[in-house]
Ligand binder design. Structure first.
Ligand code: CMC
Length: 391
């Protein structure tokens, strides 16, 4: 094995140079292309942030307009792809349906299913434009409702909300606060450097596979509960506390007792040893959104009390465990009307520009296929025995 260095789970291994996202976990700092996440969440739009992350700089007014136009023109999916959704069982989980939809998209445009710069550019537009359409169709399929065509007079976020919650025969009424909260949540999820799904995208891309293959693989990586699924676990934990009638103090005592194997979901992070800056922003929006839905505030109140109880406890202080991005995001999604199995799909829409940016950065800077080594711990050489001579 020579001088191989074993690093399970890549805890201490940097796989690449990257100019996209900066994280300082000790001080709770997150920046896309140098811009603090707080400023982007306050002032930017999802499409502008996508442009920033993919192309490296904020667009001029003209560049933004052209980009938005390019996306607007590509939101429809081929009619035969609509038929594809009918093949999945009613009420299929929307996440595998989304991943399959992304992969199927590559077969509907030979122009973009390659790695030449113009092909990647075309695939970038198509993926950003069609992801909300695929996500909304996956959702409608999962709840057994008719799908809606995109309405390109609407904004990117409005279009997705309408395709998710509208019905073909009824006008859909938007709530500005909900539209903006969803936009902010997507902005906060746009990139987070070498997380599991983004590293998957880079790994697949390193083989020379096209952008659709890499993004579809990233979507599947995101589906795991240790990655995209934690926000669902938070909702289930809060419901459990509510339904059992126990106090947050009692729950925190259970968490501290290691034997119980109960974790405070939505707390702690491999990199942040301080308040996750995304959680601070989401918390404010959760407050506003849940005010619109009296009756849904019980879980928010439990979450806020749970945070207070944990943050004043030595167990959490000593281990530097703070709320992460998932602690409040599920509450907002739930209040918007999304079922828990859609939470990871929303994460995927948010993360898409990050995946694309990393794929393109890799393509532009390295043509080496990723190929980690291993330390072999199996049998030494032994001789083959025919089956009738084996014990
Ligand atoms: N509740 C109670 N104790 C915890 C928690 C928690 N949520 N997180 C960590 N600890 C304890 C852990 O038991 C250990 O204690 P000790 O030193 O006494 O053995 C100590 O804190 C260090 O934890 P660790 O498991 O070594 O930390 P890690 O970096 O391997 O794990 C984590 C990070 C996020 C997997 C973990 O904090 C966790 O399971 N949190 C709950 C699940 C969650 O919210 N996940 C979302 C992550 S953010 C979304 C994303 O990026 O995809």
């Amino acid at each position: 094995t020579g001088n191989l260095f074993l690093d399970p789970a890549f805890v201490n291994t940097a796989s690449c140079d990257s100019r996209i996202t900066y994280i300082d976990g000790d001080n709770g700092v997150l920046r896309y292309r140098g811009y603090p996440i707080e400023q982007l969440a306050t002032h930017s739009t999802y499409l502008e942030t996508a442009y920033l992350v993919i192309y490296g700089d904020l667009p001029s007014a003209a560049e933004l307009k052209t980009f938005e136009e390019r996306i607007r023109r590509s939101t429809l999916i081929d009619e035969r792809m609509r038929d594809l959704f009918r093949c999945f069982p009613r009420r299929s989980h929307p996440m595998p349906v989304l991943a399959a939809g992304v992969m199927a998209l590559s077969t509907f445009s030979e122009k973009s299913a390659g790695i030449e710069p113009d092909q990647v550019e075309n695939a970038t537009d198509r993926l950003i434009a069609k992801m909300p359409t695929l996500a909304a169709f996956s959702y409608k399929n999962s709840v057994g409702q008719p799908t809606l065509y995109p309405d390109n007079s609407l904004s990117y976020i409005e279009n997705f909300i309408r395709m998710s919650f509208g019905f073909p025969t009824e006008a859909y009424e938007f709530n500005d606060e909900i539209t903006r909260a969803l936009e902010v949540l997507l902005i906060l999820h746009v990139d987070h450097e070498q997380n599991c799904s983004t590293s998957t995208v880079r790994m697949v891309g390193s083989s020379g596979a096209n952008l659709y293959s890499a993004v579809s693989a990233g979507t599947n990586a995101l589906s795991g509960p240790k990655h995209g699924g934690a926000n669902q676990a938070v909702i289930e934990m809060l419901q459990g506390i509510r339904d059992s009638g126990m106090s947050t103090r009692e729950f925190v005592s259970q968490v501290k007792d290691h034997k119980s194997n109960v974790k405070l979901m939505g707390f702690g992070h491999r990199i942040y040893k301080n308040y996750d800056p995304r959680a601070a922003i989401i918390k404010e929006h959760a407050d506003n959104i849940l005010k619109l839905h009296s009756g849904r505030q019980d879980l928010l109140e439990i979450a806020q009390e749970l945070e207070e109880t944990a943050m004043s406890d030595d167990y959490f202080r000593e281990r530097k465990l703070y709320p992460n991005v998932d602690f409040y995001s599920g509450l907002i999604y739930e209040a918007m009307g999304f079922p828990v199995n859609m939470f990871t799909v929303l994460f995927a829409i948010g993360r898409l520009p990050g995946w694309i940016a990393h794929y393109r950065e890799q393509l532009a800077t390295s043509n080496k296929i990723w190929r980690p080594r291993q330390i072999y711990t199996g049998e030494q050489e032994r001789a083959y025995r025919p089956v009738d001579l084996r014990p």
